[in-house]
Design a protein around this ligand. Structure first.
Ligand code: NAD
Ligand code: TYD
Length: 352
């Protein structure tokens, strides 16, 4: 095999799109997916590629040095795309220690394994860490944007843990000369996102005529990118990015939460054949998230100018595709709600 790539967190939302892209686009690469299958991991996300000859799944914890070292050795890994993480801000407010463990110690454990295995021979090697724009803190409503030079100022336990892991990755370049890349991306949306995050949660609630809990007054702004565009950016950067560089990834696509929610409602009502505005009565303003960051906005011009990447989808197109996907894949949603998705590994993998 030309390359032997370890993708961590490949059973999650973004990871599953990255695994699918690499497995199908690069038949001469071996793609190893290491995932612990936490509540957020769902192997059904990868049904369409699970039998591909260049794909391997390893169930394991990135914090477990023995497991991680074993995988580097078994597959002679030469590239890492690290996505495994605890990723939900609301959960980080309730259980910050889990975030420190997985996001900080897990990343460090992977870095140590790479350093050990590659032992100073870094030719053709790359440790690519997937991070978030949330490490930069929050912006006011003044049109300013996060650039690669923006100082880190994380606010939530989630973003603090991601910031810490970013610093460790860069430290392995400065200290040991390991080729690393860090990318900081804005909010992703699209198929296979766990329905605790805003967009799939709200589509699922509209479908079931349940309340749509809007935090505060819905004034916070997020910058949204279709997940397959993020996966394409990761592909571009993995192959053409410069080691030791940072790239911001975003769709130049800011939305106030309440406006975004109304777009989703309009789209879902239209597809389900409801009269316009039918589901707006489900909007329910609830207590704001603690420390809720006001606004995120990514300036992705470095990536566009240096590596030629651009988002391929207009937002209206992306939202339409996303709403349709969740409405056409109700079983996927229902398997999560019922907990049945957790049986997939046992039923489909262990019995083979
Ligand atoms: P996700 O929560 O959907 O998936 C995370 C995956 O990691 C799951 O499959 C889970 O089982 C796995 N995992 C968790 N802990 C693990 C551990 N200890 N060992 C091995 N596997 C473990 O997350 P996502 O939304 O796909 O995000 C993926 C990455 O992208 C994260 O690093 C996140 O910080 C980053 N990111 C996400 C967004 C976004 O909008 N979702 C935006 C920018 C960056
Ligand atoms: P989320 O999808 O959790 O992503 P993040 O917090 O990483 O940006 O939330 C997106 C925005 O939607 C954020 O401003 C919080 C808000 N939100 C709600 O208003 N209600 C909800 O139920 C959720 C999950 C989020």
């Amino acid at each position: 095999m030309k390359r032997r790539i370890l993708i961590t967190g490949g059973a999650g939302f973004i990871g599953s799109h990255v695994v699918r892209l690499f497995v199908t686009k690069y038949p001469d690469y071996l793609v190893v997916n290491l995932d612990k299958l936490t509540y957020a991991g769902n192997l059904a996300n990868l049904k369409d590629v699970e039998l591909a000859p260049n794909y391997r799944f390893e169930k394991g914890d990135i914090c477990d040095g023995e497991t991680v070292n074993g995988i580097f050795e078994k597959y002679d890994i030469d590239g890492v795309i690290h996505l495994a993480a605890e990723s939900h801000v609301d959960r980080s407010i309730k259980e910050p220690l889990t975030f420190a463990r997985t996001n900080v110690m897990g990343t460090l454990t992977l870095l140590e394994a790479a350093k050990h295995r590659w032992s100073g021979n870094y030719d053709g090697k790359l440790f690519y860490h997937i991070s978030t724009d949330e490490v930069y803190g929050a912006l006011p409503f003044d049109g300013s944007m996060f650039t690669e030079e923006t100082k880190y100022a994380p606010h939530s336990p989630y973003s603090a843990s991601k910031a810490s892991s970013d610093h460790f990755v860069r430290a392995y370049h400065n200290t040991y000369g390991m080729p690393v890349i860090v990318t900081n991306c804005s909010n992703n949306y699209g198929p296979y996102q766990f329905p605790e995050k805003l967009i799939p949660l709200f589509i699922n609630n509209i479908r079931n005529r349940r309340p749509l809990p809007v935090y505060g007054r819905g004034k916070n702004v997020r910058d949204w990118l279709y997940v397959e565009d993020h996966a394409r950016a990761i592909d571009t950067i993995f192959h053409n990015g410069k080691a030791a560089e940072t790239y911001n990834i975003g769709g130049f696509n800011e939305w106030r939460n309440i406006d975004l929610i109304k777009v989703i409602i309009r789209c879902a009502d239209r597809i389900m054949g409801n009269p316009e505005g039918f589901s707006e009565e489900l909007i329910t303003y609830v207590t704001d998230r603690e420390g809720h960051d006001l606004r995120y906005a990514i300036d992705a011009s470095k990536l566009r100018d240096e590596l030629g990447w651009q988002p391929s989808l207009q937002f209206e197109e992306g939202i339409e595709k996303t709403v349709r996907w969740y409405l056409d894949n109700q079983q996927w949603l229902d398997n999560i709600t019922s907990g049945d998705y957790e049986k997939y590994y046992e039923e489909m993998y262990l019995k083979r």
